[in-house]
Design a protein around this ligand. Structure first.
Ligand SMILES: Nc1nc2c(c(=O)[nH]1)N[C@@H](CN(C=O)c1ccc(C(=O)N[C@@H](CCC(=O)O)C(=O)O)cc1)CN2
Ligand SMILES: [Mg+2]
Length: 298
C-alpha cells in the first residue's frame, strides 16, 4: 500500500478499557482482602430518558464485574429539586457509599448546578462539583476527582503512546462535563490549547493547526477531512444517533468527526462506538476505587 492510501491507527477504547477494568478488579479484590470491605457507588437517575437508562445500566453492570457495590435510586421525571437533593444528602451520609453520581441531563426545571454542588466533594466521582472543577483549573490545587470522559481521553492518548508536551491541542466544544475539563487536562500535559465553540469565527482554520483534536461538540460528523492536518491525532467524544433504516434499531451511532474521511489523513483516531465511550465508565470505576480506598484505608 502506498503512503497516499495510508489510514490512521484505530485507538481501540474498548480494548484499553478492558485492560484497565482488569487492573481495577484486582485492586478492588486486594482492598477487600485487606479491609474486608469494597467501594460503593450510588447512582441517581431522574426521569425516563432511554439513553440515560442505558448508561446507568452499563454503569451498574460494570460495577458488578469489578466487585464495586452499587446502590441505586430511580426518581420519576416529576421529582422536585428538593426530593433529588434529599436523595443526594442520604447518600452523602451513607458510610457504605464512596461515590455518588447523578445521571445527566436532569429534567428541565431542575437546577443541575445546585444538585451537583450538593454532592459531598469526597464522593464526587463524576468530578462535577464546582470545588473539584475549580481545583482542576488552578495551579497548586489538585481536585479529588477528574471528570470521567476527559480523564478517559487523556488515558487513551497516554496508553496509545501519543506525546503531548508542546503539542497544539484543539478542543471542539466547551461543555462543563467534557470540553472545558478536557482543555484543562491538556494544558496540564503541557499542550498549547485552543477551544473552538459555536461563536468561533473559523473553526476549520483553527482545527487545521492542531496536532491533537478532541471533538466534543455534540454535532454529528462536524469535523471534516479538510479540518484536519495530516498526521493529527483525533479523539472523538461524540455519540450522535442518526437515522439508518438498515439497522434493527432504526439508527446508528456516529461521532462528531467524519470518521470514514478523517481516518485517511489522521495518524490515529478513536472510533464511535468503541472509542471514548467505554473509557467514561472505566474512569468512573477508577474514581470510585480511589474514593473507596481513601476512605477504607484510613
Ligand atoms: N453523571 C453523568 N452524566 C453523563 C455523563 C457522565 O460522565 N456523568 N456522560 C454522558 C453519558 N455517559 C455516561 O453517563 C456515557 C455515554 C456513552 C458511553 C458509551 O460507552 N458509549 C458507547 C456506545 C453505547 C451505545 O451503544 O449506546 C461507545 O461510545 O462505544 C458511556 C457513558 C452524559 N451524561
Ligand atoms: Mg489544579
Amino acid at each position: 500500500m502506498g503512503a497516499a492510501s495510508s489510514t490512521a491507527t484505530v485507538i481501540d477504547g474498548k480494548a484499553i478499557a478492558g485492560t484497565i477494568r482488569a487492573e481495577i478488579k484486582s485492586k478492588v479484590d486486594d482492598l477487600k482482602r485487606r479491609t474486608g470491605r469494597v467501594p460503593g457507588l450510588a447512582v441517581v437517575i431522574v426521569g425516563e430518558r432511554k439513553d440515560s437508562q442505558t448508561y446507568v445500566r452499563m454503569k451498574r453492570k460494570a460495577c458488578e464485574e469489578v466487585g464495586i457495590a452499587s446502590f441505586h435510586c430511580e426518581l420519576p421525571g416529576t421529582a422536585t429539586e428538593e426530593e433529588i437533593l434529599k436523595t443526594v444528602r442520604r447518600f452523602n451520609a451513607d458510610a457504605n457509599v464512596h461515590g455518588i453520581l447523578v445521571q445527566l441531563p436532569l429534567p428541565k426545571g431542575v437546577n443541575e448546578e445546585r444538585v451537583l454542588a450538593e454532592i459531598s466533594i469526597e464522593k464526587d466521582v463524576d468530578g462535577f462539583h464546582p470545588e473539584n472543577i475549580g481545583k482542576l483549573a488552578m495551579k497548586g490545587h489538585e481536585p479529588l476527582f477528574v471528570p470521567c470522559t476527559p480523564k478517559g481521553c487523556i488515558e487513551l492518548l497516554k496508553r496509545s503512546g501519543v506525546e503531548l508536551s508542546g503539542k497544539n491541542a484543539v478542543v471542539v466544544g466547551r461543555s462543563n462535563i467534557v470540553g472545558m475539563p478536557a482543555a484543562m487536562l491538556l494544558m496540564k500535559e503541557n499542550c498549547t490549547v485552543t477551544v473552538v465553540h459555536s461563536k468561533t469565527k473559523d473553526p476549520k482554520r483553527v482545527c487545521r493547526e492542531a496536532d491533537v483534536i478532541v471533538a466534543a461538540c455534540g454535532s454529528a460528523e462536524m469535523v471534516k477531512k479538510d479540518w484536519v492536518k495530516k498526521g493529527a491525532v483525533i479523539i472523538d467524544v461524540g455519540t450522535n444517533g442518526v437515522d439508518d433504516k438498515t439497522k434493527k434499531a432504526g439508527y446508528r451511532l456516529v461521532g462528531d468527526v467524519d470518521y470514514a474521511e478523517v481516518r485517511k489523513v489522521a495518524s490515529a483516531i478513536t472510533p464511535v462506538p468503541g472509542g471514548v465511550g467505554p473509557m467514561t465508565i472505566c474512569m468512573l470505576l477508577s474514581n470510585t476505587l480511589d474514593s473507596g480506598a481513601r476512605a477504607l484505608e484510613k
